[in-house]
Ligand binder design. Sequence first.
Ligand SMILES: [Zn+2]
Length: 428
Amino acid sequence: MKAEDKIIRMGRFVRESPKKLIGFVSLFFILVSAVPIVDPGITSFPRMSKIVSDFTAPSLMASPPIKTILGTVKKGDTASSLLNTYIPLKIIYDLDSRSKEIFPLTRIRKGQPYKISLLEDSLVAFEYEINKNDRLVIQKGMDTYSISKSPIEYDIKEETISVDIRTSLAEAVKRSGEYSALTWKLADIFAWDIDFIRDIQFGDHFKVLAEKRFKNGKFYGYSDIKAAFFTNKGVEYKAFLHEDANGRKGYYNEKGESLKKAFLKAPLHYSRISSSFSNRRFHPILKKYRAHPGVDYAAPKNTDIKTVADGTIVRMGYNNSMGRHMMIRHLNGYETSYFHMNKYARGMKKNKKVLQGDVIGYVGKTGLATGYHLCFRLLKEGRPVDPLKQTPSSAKPILQKKMDGFIAQTMKYSEKINAAEKLAGATP
Ligand SMILES: [Zn+2]
């Protein structure tokens, strides 16, 4: 078996959360018989609107049955048109105004599944899938409808995928039978370490422990990538998913450091910011209003200018407005520009790789400049952004007190990933 043909898959199904439906519903009917409740987990959504189930309450209570209508929002459907038959417009307007902060009812979209629960033709609950993660739940209470957002329940299958790369990440993902969403997920996870356009080469390899979502046997996308190992040019990068105390999920290496790398706060030691980022400012030399898509740092002549992040020099030159300037391309869609330099640092040339903090040049006033300063610009996907607001900062490493738990988790994930590798080794 050739190495590049090695695609390994291991998986098993797990339930995302236990279904307490039966107990929940029967307990409810024992406690409150006047106001029924719908099941807490959506089960299935056929494409067509139809009545799929009649719920019969325990006979001793003699409660009327709850009718459930499952459907998909069609072109022209609105919350009013869907619900008007079961509740007065006045109540729909009230729900609309109250639901705005959670999810405005006016934003109901074609193609999204919904569920209507009725008791004697009066609305008991309305559920709507906002996206792949959350559903809007409007539910009748004692005297008013409550509005909330809750997660959609899926069957989760955990899988290990191990693939060699021949030409590109996208090609490898496709060859492994996975979906392109996995390409984007991986590219995002390793965006600070690997340039997926320029750095990928034959023999690179990735291994992923992924969670896939299914509903009624149908694939509903990847939820979490629990861990991913990526070998690029012989170097293995590891990423482990971790959720911090605030519920923020991020990826960390095996030492517990965040994979999200920070840019330097500023490219030099400056005396003051002489002009900040704006879309419109009065230009001191041109005497007219012009956008200033950068930050001017005033500093003495020949102050060191440093690149704010690792990258490649893509442009060096001189012109009347920018003076002596340099442009550096970084990973993750960022570019930085440095204008009005007095001179470049020794050895700088186009296509040279520079590391964060390397001195690339010295402050000057070449080009259109009134005094010694560095005009620093930051572009994200080709668009100028304010470096003082949008400079990427790294996430904090995992807290010391959480490290034992994190390491135990990484070992568990690594074992699962490596089990797929062993299997690959055993394959003839
Ligand atoms: Zn400037």
